[in-house]
Design a protein around this ligand. Structure first.
Ligand code: CTP
Ligand code: CA
Length: 228
């Protein structure tokens, strides 16, 4: 059966998955964050583990343990990059499902930031974070597979294809976050899988775990052909 084929392909293969938003420290008591629930990444970790892969989940979101999944908690994009770099060195697949903050506060204040009486505005200087998935794609070894996600609110196909090429990804999974019924925070999702030189594959609205199992099944042929 297809299930059995999948589990034989993934047996002994290590997969690194990131999930959830990053937290970028501002001072000892505050951070900049985002609304990512981490559910899609968690669903992928479960689906990959079910398929027989050895899964390492790197996330900012504490959750109940997933059977067969080793979880590492990180906070900032920089911490996530360090953890992913170390784990991906011995893995076949990296799926970057985390909502990594594009920018972080340029300085982390050692003491809590105080407001002065009568103050009307406060200006923050931000600096660009490393692009974790792009770095992994650019430094990967042959046979390694790098999968990115894209949250788009407009021009989904065009933006997704640009992102796939710009980051040199093997796969890009695009979800349309302009539909408030699905995506961020929801238990359901609908995605399109982009791959260079291939027609996009639409996975219609379904539970995130169902979508995750379909994504893992979609990656299975690449794994087999690249490692044998
Ligand atoms: N990503 C990453 N490191 C970053 C930013 C994004 O690894 N610093 C990854 C995400 O995990 C996702 C992919 O890049 O897999 C695309 O994220 P997205 O925010 O859609 O793309 P960006 O390149 O940040 O472009 P923009 O936000 O401007 O659309
Ligand atoms: Ca971004």
């Amino acid at each position: 059966s297809l299930r059995k084929e999948a589990s034989q392909s993934w047996q002994g293969k290590k997969m690194v998955i990131t999930a959830g938003g990053t937290q970028e420290a501002l001072d000892p008591v505050r951070y900049l964050g985002n609304y990512s629930s981490g559910k899609m990444g968690l669903a992928l970790a479960q689906a990959a583990s079910e398929a027989g892969a050895q899964v390492v989940l790197i996330t900012s979101i504490a959750s109940s343990p997933i059977y067969g999944v080793r979880t590492q908690i990180v906070h900032s994009a920089q911490e996530m990059l360090t953890a992913v770099t170390a784990e991906f060195a011995t893995a076949q697949v990296f799926i970057s499902a985390a909502a990594v903050a594009d920018f972080r506060p340029a300085t982390r204040q050692a003491q809590k930031i105080k407001k002065t009486p009568g103050q009307k505005t406060y200006t923050l200087e931000l600096e660009t974070n490393p692009d974790i998935v792009a770095e992994m794609a650019q430094t990967k070894c042959s046979g390694q597979i790098v999968v990115g996600f894209a949250a788009e609110t407009e021009n989904l196909v065009k933006n997704a294809q640009k992102k796939l090429a710009r980051k040199q990804l093997d796969y890009l999974i695009a979800n349309d976050v302009s539909d408030s019924q699905i995506g961020f925070g929801s238990d359901e999702n609908a995605v399109t899988i982009f791959q260079a030189q291939q027609a996009p594959k639409v996975l219609p609205r379904a539970a995130k775990l169902t979508i995750a199992r379909e994504i893992i099944a979609h990656l299975t042929p690449a794994l087999t052909s690249k490692t044998e």
